[in-house]
Design a binder for this molecule. Structure first.
Ligand SMILES: Cc1cc2nc3c(=O)[nH]c(=O)nc-3n(C[C@H](O)[C@H](O)[C@H](O)COP(=O)(O)O)c2cc1C
Length: 263
């Protein structure tokens, strides 16, 4: 089993210390687990410029693809991803936001359907749970199958030593994450995830090659036509019906709401 650990903090501080504890706990459960680490602060990824080439032409045209593609390849190759993100002003640090901005096109063209995530955050006093929750809201839109969250109030500036209580909480969550990864079980998506999946699918013909505002979405969704969610993921009947409804709404609205771009 391979777990990718993305340090989305600008240093190895409180959150990283807790993340190392989580790594140890998982290793104790199974010493065959392989970890790979990415420290975003070492990569110097330029800021997303908002050029929208990823949405329009495809992410390989991103001017920073040389930085982003290796990260995407590593996510593709692992079973689970641990995101370590400090709480800065109640939000993920800028360095992590820069990564998620570069990957925002994944909401239009999701792919990580068999991946699961564990999101770890520490805060001085408040909002660690808003931080983990904000990433847990984003990742399913990229396809992530399940997100576990470990928000911790550290009450410290870079001097946090996980207490017994925090170690127990971390163990409970790390163990659930590990067992879920090991089981390879794929969970039914939350209903909200079906909105972008079915909406973007419904819109794709308006952006197909040869149309006035062709985009990569117009190519991508062909493979999913008629599917309410990705294959292999359990989808009970009420979610299929909901997905179909969203699809129909999308089909009705999309010709009236063409998204343009400057050529
Ligand atoms: C730029 C910055 C912003 C912060 N914002 C908050 C905040 O909004 N709420 C809070 O309770 N603590 C805040 N803190 C304290 C950190 O969340 C806390 O020290 C956390 O454990 C830092 O994790 P790290 O050492 O992994 O970066 C902030 C610290 C910094 C440096």
């Amino acid at each position: 089993m391979r777990i990718l650990v993305i340090n989305g903090s600008p240093h190895k501080g409180n959150t990283w210390r807790l993340t190392e504890k989580v790594k140890e706990q998982i290793q104790d459960l199974d010493n065959t687990v392989e970890f790979e680490e990415i420290h975003l602060s070492e990569l110097y990824i330029p800021l997303c410029t908002g050029c929208s080439l990823c949405f329009r032409k495809g992410h390989i045209f991103c001017p920073h693809n040389q930085y982003i593609q290796p990260i995407m390849d590593k996510i593709e190759r692992c079973d689970g991803v641990i995101f370590a993100v400090s709480c800065f002003q109640g939000a993920i640090p800028a360095i992590a936001k820069n990564l998620t901005d570069h990957l925002a096109f994944l909401l239009h063209r999701p792919r990580y359907f068999d991946k699961k995530a564990l999101i770890i955050s520490t805060t001085g006093g408040v909002s660690a749970n808003s931080v983990t929750q904000s990433l847990a809201n984003t990742l399913p839109g990229w396809g992530f199958n399940k997100c576990y969250q470990l928000p911790i109030v550290a009450l410290s500036w870079n001097d946090y030593k996980p207490s017994e209580k925090h170690i127990k909480k971390a163990y409970k969550i790390s163990k659930s994450f590990y067992i879920d990864l090991k089981s390879r079980k794929l969970h039914s998506p939350k209903i909200g995830v079906l909105i972008p999946f079915n909406l973007f699918q419904a819109m794709y013909e308006e952006y197909a090659p040869g149309t006035e505002y062709e985009t990569q979405d117009g190519v991508f969704w062909k493979q999913y036509v008629g599917m309410r969610y990705a294959s292999g993921i359990p989808l009970p009947i009420h979610k299929k019906v909901f997905g179909k409804l969203i699809y129909r709404i999308g089909k009705y609205l999309s010709p009236k709401m063409i998204v343009t771009y400057k050529k």
